[in-house]
Write a protein that binds this ligand. Structure first.
Ligand code: NAI
Length: 289
């Protein structure tokens, strides 16, 4: 049985996942801003540094799995764009990076980042905010969403989820991750019946948007169902899963993007494609030397 860390473990999908892992006999280290083994505010650099170090110490430098489920939803008038992007992006990236040596020490560790199908179904999210987050430039990301006024938190949420799932895909395939036996993937839930969704349903405008949003199978997901997917992504049966984003959203992503994805390699991408092909064979030759 392994040692796993779960952030956002005091509520919703993080709570359901921690329970599932404990029921399987794993040791689980929980992180949250309350009711957790390690209490930390992931919206601040200090809180993230504390959580990263405290987990490494509790795990004694060996982590078999990490689930990054702490997140803040787009609640108008509650959390600022800065808080949303800090928790949802930096609260994932900085912690996962800090834990990389402990994950590599396990030999076949798995990391699951909880993204969102908002990344592919929410219109108008400014690309500038996404690009800024990917280069760790929070002030520019905040400026890029601020112009949206009352919908800035929603834009911050969408941007944070696009950026974090792109970070997963870029990072997962690197030799220091895939090559170190670490499997880094993301899950993209749709509307799941958790306190986060409950808060949105308590605001009439947001409730209307949530309830009229197309979900082909109908209704909301159950946190335990998502925990079961996460548990599978943490298991050795998922050894060949790397840099994937798994949509578990009742069909919303497929509804909006059936013809958008999968896509053939566009002609304009061919030079970049050939470059990456050559880089990979060079690295493989170097490794076999
Ligand atoms: P939740 O609100 O039930 O749980 C989130 C947890 O994160 C809470 O325990 C909260 O205390 C913790 N958290 C928030 N800010 C924090 C901070 N500054 N420092 C430390 N911990 C903090 O939410 P839920 O629904 O379980 O969300 C989990 C993840 O799933 C989030 O990343 C969310 O964006 C994502 N998600 C949720 C969906 C939904 O419909 N519920 C849909 C798609 C994605």
């Amino acid at each position: 049985m392994g040692v796993h860390v779960v952030t956002g473990a005091a509520s919703g999908m993080g709570l359901a996942t921690a329970k599932r892992l404990r029921d399987d006999g794993h040791r689980v280290i929980t992180v949250d801003r309350h009711e957790a083994d390690i209490v930390a505010d992931l919206s601040t650099p200090h809180g993230r540094a504390h959580a990263a170090a405290a987990v490494l110490s509790a795990a004694e430098g060996h982590l078999d799995g990490a689930v990054l489920a702490a997140g803040v939803g787009p609640r108008p008038g509650r959390d600022s764009a800065e808080t949303i992007m800090s928790v949802n992006y930096f609260g994932v990236v900085e912690l996962t990076q800090a834990w990389r040596p402990a994950l590599a020490a396990a030999g076949c560790a798995k990391v699951v980042v909880v993204g969102s199908n908002s990344a592919t179904t929410m219109p108008m999210v400014p690309g500038r905010a996404v690009r800024a987050l990917l280069r760790d430039d929070l002030p520019t990301a905040v400026r890029a969403v601020r112009i949206f006024g009352s919908t800035a938190p929603a834009m911050a949420y969408g941007a944070s989820k696009i950026a974090v799932m792109r970070w997963v895909r870029r990072t997962a395939v690197q030799p220091t991750w895939a090559g170190a036996g670490i499997r880094l993937n993301a899950i993209a839930p749709g509307a799941v019946d958790t306190p986060l969704l409950g808060e949105q349903l308590a605001t009439p405008r947001q409730a209307k948007a949530v309830r009229t949003f197309p979900v082909p199978v109908g209704g909301f997901g159950d946190p335990a169902q998502l925990a079961a997917w996460i548990r599978f992504m943490l298991s050795n049966d998922a050894d060949f899963l790397c840099g994937s984003v798994i949509f578990v959203d009742g069909g919303s992503d497929a509804y909006f993007r059936a013809d958008h994805w999968p896509r053939r390699v566009p002609t304009t991408m061919i030079p970049r494609y050939l470059y990456r092909l050559a880089a990979f064979s060079r690295a493989a030759r170097h490794q076999n030397r």
